[in-house]
Design a protein around this ligand. Structure first.
Ligand code: NAD
Ligand code: MG
Length: 390
């Protein structure tokens, strides 16, 4: 199988290449992309010898060329090059692991080209779910979820599930959440949270943006919207369950009272290997789950007072139109400001709520309208930031 890895230098990208390296006879890397960490990308190029490598700027491209002399890898740069390597005719599968809205267009390009799309970039689906799913269907792309919860739901659904929950006897989708680093923190403690504390996730090692999303529980909110599009599940049939051990990755509740789940150690190489090999199974490097060491599985309801972002995401999903694109854009702006120490942790939700209030979002589901909602969401969030920044 020939692969493009978008966002190769990030947490998911590195885990993907770890799985790929275990099966050199099975996978061949055609293109790798990275935005900033050029040294890491150079090292990956030396190891996997892709035909193309893509970076953000002309200056970084020049640096990378200097680091890769004699290798034969062609170095490209810019947003268009990302879409180009995501849709090359010789590529079978695209790992979509760029973080945030920047991943939308290349991920969409992979879908339009009918690829096997391994979707980690949940923001693409949150922003443009209707457009994205329509392109997947039109082009006959195979969309496989990498997000551990959605990968678990996919594994727990009927193998021929075609988006009709009642017909498949599915009552509910239950998304598990670890609760993040502040699961037990008081509202008072949350007022003084620092970026360092927020990115120190108890169970998963991830990029900075998604780590903050986990701390606010917006990550789970984005995942509710993601589940809506992936499984054609209405908002009231998607429930969030806090499960601090992060061993059950999600569950599907059936009409007959059966509940099917997927379990495993919290390591993204499992869903990555699953999606790379589907419908087969390959070694991912993840150890067997030791149930005796786990000993206990606990469950709690999410707290809407300390973690208002989850309800904001449900609100955006129920509002339809492009409200989810506004939500996502405002979240990206607010998280960046928090990481920059310009916005207190608890104000992240306020900025997003202000953007949802400010931007009308009864737009038609086409890409131009999505990008416009993204732009307006960012502007509204910036205006709200000015009120709250420290
Ligand atoms: P990360 O920050 O570690 O890596 C992000 C990657 O995107 C890097 O390769 C970076 O170079 C690239 N990138 C960043 N900005 C870019 C831009 N403007 N243009 C092009 N490339 C750009 O993030 P991550 O934790 O690997 O997450 C990647 C995606 O996967 C996110 O959408 C996240 O929500 C999702 N995800 C991650 C995990 C996880 O365990 N890390 C789990 C589930 C879903
Ligand atoms: Mg997840």
């Amino acid at each position: 199988m020939k692969l493009t890895v978008l966002g190769a230098t990030g947490s998911i990208g590195v885990s993907t290449l770890d799985v790929v390296a275990r099966h050199p006879d099975r996978f061949q890397v055609v293109a790798l992309t990275g935005h900033s960490r050029v040294e890491v990308l150079a090292e990956q190029c030396r190891r996997f010898r892709p035909v193309y490598a893509v970076v953000g700027s002309a200056a970084d491209a020049q640096r990378l060329v200097g680091m890769l002399t004699g290798l034969g890898t062609e170095v490209l740069h810019g947003a268009e090059a990302l879409s180009q390597v995501a849709s090359l005719p010789e590529v079978d599968a695209v790992m979509a692991a760029i973080v945030g809205a920047a991943g939308l267009e290349p991920t969409l390009a992979a879908a339009r080209a009918g690829k096997r799309v391994l979707l980690a970039n949940k923001e693409a689906l949150v922003m443009a779910g209707a457009v994205f799913m329509a392109e997947v269907r039109r082009a006959g792309a195979l969309l496989l979820p990498i997000d551990s919860e959605h990968n678990a739901v996919f594994q727990s659904m009927p193998h021929d599930y075609a988006g009709d929950m009642p017909r498949s006897g599915v009552r509910r989708v239950l998304l598990t959440a670890s609760g993040g680093p502040f699961r037990t923190a008081s509202l008072d403690m949350l007022t003084t949270v620092t970026p360092e504390q927020a990115v120190a996730h108890p169970k998963w090692s991830m990029g900075r943006k998604i780590s903050v999303d986990s701390a606010t529980m917006m990550n789970k909110g984005l995942e509710v919207i993601e589940a809506h599009w992936l499984f054609n599940a209405p908002a009231d049939k998607i429930e969030v369950v806090i499960h601090p051990q992060s061993v059950i990755h999600s569950l599907v509740d059936y009409e007959d009272g059966s509940v099917l789940a997927q379990l495993g150690n919290p390591d993204m190489r499992t869903p990555i290997a699953h999606a790379l090999a589907w419908p087969g199974r390959i070694d991912s490097g993840v150890a067997s789950l030791d149930l005796f060491a786990v000993a206990q599985l606990n469950f709690e309801r999410p707290d809407p007072v300390r973690f208002p972002c989850l309800d904001l995401a449900y609100r955006a999903l129920r509002a339809e139109g492009n409200a989810a694109a506004v939500l996502n854009a405002a979240n990206e702006v607010a998280v960046a400001a928090f990481l920059d120490r310009r916005l207190p942790f608890l104000r992240i939700a306020d900025v997003i709520a202000a953007a949802l209030d400010a931007v009308p979002h009864a737009a038609l589901p086409d890409l131009a309208a999505v990008l416009e909602a993204d732009r307006c969401g960012r502007e509204a969030a910036m205006r709200a930031l000015a009120r709250y920044t420290t």
